[in-house]
Design a protein. Sequence first.
Length: 296
Amino acid sequence: MASLKEVRGRIVSVSSTQQITKAMKMVSAAKLRRAQDNIMRMRPYAQRLSGILANLSSQTEGSVNNIYSERRDVNNVLIIAVTSDRGLAGAFNANIVKSVVALIERKYSSQAAAGNVTVLTIGKKGLDAFKKKNMPVIDEYSTVFTNLSFDNVRPAAERAMNGFAAREYDQVDLVYNEFKNVATQVVRQEQFLPLEEIPVEATDKATMLVDYTFEPSKEQIIEELIPKSLKIQVYKAVLESNASEHGARMTAMDKATENAGELLKELKLTYNRTRQAAITKEILEIVGGAEALAAK
């Protein structure tokens, strides 16, 4: 059985940990509100932009004649993996890494064997994980969460777009956590490039009913809208991941605080039992000594 000093030390240690996890939960809750507001404002904008693009595309024979729509044999692949800069968020980052690995095994095993699969990491945790797996990594954009804004995310999107346009990559996929609620984050795997044709019925009906007057031509407007839409898509994924991170950390810290409370109960019970046993032993020694003296 552990000594009283050891048990007291563990009680102090667990109490300190519980205070830290409780504080981290409160910090994540405050950050989550702001991150949730940001993604809730972004979603209607991204949806309406996609609707406008689908409307214009449908009026130009249902397809977009654009470099970003070009389909070719997939020899070189880029995967944009959105993780976080910090841990202590449960399986938040591990799920992204596992999803990327599973995606490669399922779709790009031959390209990976040839060393033609590259990962563009957004978030330090993803960078560390993929480097440990000895995968080709683009790491210039792994710190965008330090100052999260559209201007800081845009270069990552442009790198992927320029790489595709220059035929450096034949396909670009996007993997991130989509925010559902505080307790639920869903890993999404989306084809970023080449552009998939947007079904008219899948877009905002209100947008589709609008009759636009175009200046300049529809085709030129589409060519300008597509790059903007692609950058917005990456920024939206990063905002989704940011909200998901705070939700996951808030849930993880709440569970850690509860577990620390349960452990404290067990340690205090152990402490009381150990203390009682020590007192009982001392009493027995005193009684035994008194009897021995009386016998003399």
